[in-house]
Design a protein around this ligand. Sequence first.
Ligand code: ADE
Length: 226
Amino acid sequence: MRIDIISVVPALLESPFAHSIMKRAQQRGLLEVVVHNLRDHTPYKHGQVDDYQFGGGAGMVMMPEPLAVLIEKLQAERTYDEVIFMTPDGATFEQQTANRMSLMQNVMIICGHYKGIDERIRQRYVSLELSIGDFVLSGGELAAAVVVDAVGRLIPGVLNDETSALSDSFQDGYLAPPVYTRPAEWRGMSVPEALLCGDPKKIEEWRHQASLQRTEQRRPDLLADN
Ligand code: ADE
């Protein structure tokens, strides 16, 4: 899977994909993340990419032409399954979207800055608008990093133990159960007996019940959705 990210602050995206699972996914050739600095593609002087908004008001707006130049250059090179714009007024990004995206070949992600991007870019090129929650970030980069991480780990072959993504919270509509490691007794606190008994059926049953209980307590809305 190839993900092209368009940004005016590409340095923000240097670290998130350079470690751990995202690094491994790229080393294995399963994921390619290419970050583009929009300023390298603007036809305007001094790397200008933003301007005052029509109608007045605080904050600059990203101009349409630099974005169009870069988007069209990329689209001429390959076909994109989605052209995504990260924005707080987009659809909430959820596990289901991550699952669907993990099977795509080419995805483009546009990160907004300042007051946002000229609306005509959204109308002409964007196929999907995503928000990572009801709060406003300074730009779309951190949100894009969240999406790439959530999608990248789901690409077949990225996780060593294929089932470990299946047992994530949300994957079956429930929160994941609690987990424990050694020692079995720690500062007067013990690991639930069922996890130590060695009987796979009992362990599975305990996990299912714990998962259900945790979901009831913390996210009853998830149960209502089922
Ligand atoms: N850009 C700014 N805030 C955002 C959010 N909450 N989600 C996605 N992109 C954003």
